[in-house]
Structures are given as structure tokens and as C-alpha cells.
Design a protein around this ligand. Structure first.
Ligand code: C5P
Length: 297
């Protein structure tokens, strides 16, 4: 018997980053939107815990105990006094090390899949607790839709959205390490007073109304200067998307995936064609959000 869970990627429509805390993390006001790029995580009973992975970038995915999917299985098994004896197979479509929470998606997916396979009866709140232990973005991968994350990004408030937003994502030739991008952020702001991160009322209003023009006018990503500093060529991708008529262009999370908002599905396809022809990225995807979080197939 196997259980498969489908989990979406995310884009941050606002990522406000505060100063580094004593624990090294940063307080955030993080507005997540789940978008229609998915990993599928399948768990099957096995003699012992093992992980396999297929899809673009699979060679970069760690197949040992550091993989968030493995850590999720171990955390749930420990809580319910059993052994995490499963084969976890990840079919990847979310870019690896791309700033779209691909690793977090696999953690949330494995957790939900093992929970169903083992019939633990864990409550949604318990699952969210385990997600928060695994990583800052993992609770959002479970919940999906749109949400504001504060603290490290793990304390979620669900946001209502008044419509579907159309996006184009440009995948980069290589990944970026999230800790490295936060370190670069710290370096860039070292001599300035970093304001306390707060969610933008205009942005929340744009999401609630489903208004792409208003959303485009209010998106922001405080990690973007750091991602561009470590990966300057991303500026060319952003320029190509803007020139092709995107309403706005930004780095997704810690990058290096770049995100382009379009007014509708046809406009998104036009931006995607221009980005593909620009030679400034590895691959281009058209999708939309919000979509629901991790769910059993
Ligand atoms: O929580 P997670 O393990 O996904 O975070 C990965 C890394 O990103 C952390 O080790 C830290 O360097 C950085 N981070 C941060 N502040 C946050 C979230 C992540 O500095 N709020």
C-alpha cells in the first residue's frame, strides 16, 4: 500500500525582513501565495527509511537524513512511538534551491503521507507544530492558499483572496542557498537601522480584492538585493520580463527563481514566450495561484 500527497510551491508577494535575531533567524512579515507547481511525495512501507527522487534538479536533492521529507517521517514516528520504516519517493517539479519552498513542500508532503499511511490520528494543529519544527516555510506548504507568516514565517494567519493571480516563473541555471542569501542580507544592511517587518495594508487589500494591478504596485522582497548581489545575472531576467509586459517582476523568496505577475492567462503566456526567447533563464513556467496546500491524491 502506498500514499501519495501533492504539495504546491510558493511565491512571496511580500517578504519583509527584520534584523538578525540572537538565534540567527530573522523576524519576517511574509505573505505567501501557493502556486500551481507541485511536487508529489509517495510513501510505501519498507524495511527501513530511504528516499529516492526524480525530476529536474533531482541530482541536487540530498537523499539522506537531512532531507526535510526524511526529517518529517522521523519526527512523526518519534511522536507516535514507531519506526519511520518507509520508502519516500519524491517526484519533483518545484525548482530545487529555487526560493519556492520545494524542500519545505517535500517535508509537509511526507508528513501528511506518513500520517495517512500510519493512521496516527494526529490533529491539524499537531501536524502544524511538527511542520514549524522542521522549517520556517513548512507550515505554509501544508496549509497553502494565501497566508501571512510572522515570527520566522511559521506563525500563520490565513488570508482570503478575491481571485486568481496569473504568474510566470523563470528558473535559473543554478540554485541559491537560503542561509547564504540571509547572510548577504545581513552584510548589506550592516550599517543601517532595519525596520520591524510589517505586512503592507495595500498588499493585503489587493489580495483580498483579487486585483492584479494593485498587487503589482505593492509587492516587495527585502531579500531581492541580497539575491541579486549573489547572482547579478538575475537582473537581466527581471528586465526581460518587465520588457515583455509583466505587471511586476521580483525574485521569489531567497531566489534565484524570478516571478512575473500578469493581468490574465493570455498575458502570462506572452511574457513566458518572451522570457523563453530571451536566453536569460533555464526554463519558464506559466501558472496561477492561490492553490490549496498539501493534499492526499
Ligand atoms: O527555517 P529554515 O530551516 O527553512 O531556514 C533556512 C535558513 O534560512 C535558516 O538557517 C536561516 O539561515 C535562514 N532564515 C532566517 N530567518 C528566517 C527564516 C530562515 O534567517 N525567518
Amino acid at each position: 500500500m502506498s500514499v501519495t500527497v501533492r504539495v504546491p510551491a510558493k511565491v512571496n508577494v511580500q517578504l519583509a525582513v527584520g534584523a538578525a535575531r540572537p538565534d540567527g533567524f530573522h523576524d519576517l512579515a511574509n505573505v505567501f501565495l501557493a502556486v500551481g507547481l507541485f511536487d508529489e511525495v509517495t510513501v510505501t512501507p519498507a524495511a527501513e527509511l530511504r528516499i529516492t527522487c526524480e525530476g529536474p534538479g533531482a541530482a541536487q536533492v540530498p537523499l539522506d537524513g537531512t532531507n526535510l521529507a526524511a526529517r518529517a517521517a522521523v519526527a512523526l514516528a518519534e511522536r507516535y512511538g514507531r519506526t519511520p520504516d518507509v520508502h519516500i519517493h519524491i517526484a519533483k517539479d518545484i525548482p530545487v534551491a529555487g526560493g519556492m519552498a520545494g524542500g519545505s513542500a517535500d517535508g509537509a508532503g511526507a508528513l501528511l503521507a506518513c500520517d495517512a499511511l500510519w493512521g496516527t490520528g494526529a490533529s491539524h494543529v499537531e501536524l502544524l507544530d511538527i511542520c514549524a519544527e522542521l522549517g520556517s516555510d513548512v507550515p505554509f506548504s501544508l496549509v497553502g492558499g494565501a497566508a501571512l507568516g510572522i515570527g520566522r514565517g511559521e506563525k500563520l494567519t490565513v488570508l482570503e483572496t478575491g481571485g486568481t493571480f496569473h504568474w510566470v516563473f523563470a528558473m535559473a541555471e543554478r540554485g541559491l542557498s537560503t542561509p547564504a542569501v540571509f547572510r548577504e542580507f545581513d552584510r548589506l544592511v550592516a550599517d543601517s537601522d532595519v525596520p520591524v517587518p510589517v505586512a503592507s495594508p495595500e498588499l493585503l487589500d489587493a489580495l483580498a480584492k483579487g486585483d492584479p494591478d494593485a498587487l503589482a504596485a505593492s509587492v516587495s522582497n527585502d531579500l531581492q538585493p541580497a539575491a541579486l548581489s549573489l547572482f547579478p545575472a538575475l537582473a537581466d531576467t527581471l528586465d526581460a520580463g518587465r520588457a515583455a509586459g509583466a505587471l511586476t517582476a521580483l525574485v521569489s523568496g531567497s531566489g534565484p527563481t524570478t516571478a512575473f505577475l500578469a493581468r490574465d492567462a493570455e498575458a502570462a503566456r506572452q511574457v513566458a514566450r518572451a522570457l523563453s526567447a530571451s536566453g536569460t533563464c533555464r526554463a519558464v513556467r506559466v501558472t496561477a495561484g492561490p492553490v490549496q496546500g498539501a493534499r492526499l491524491l
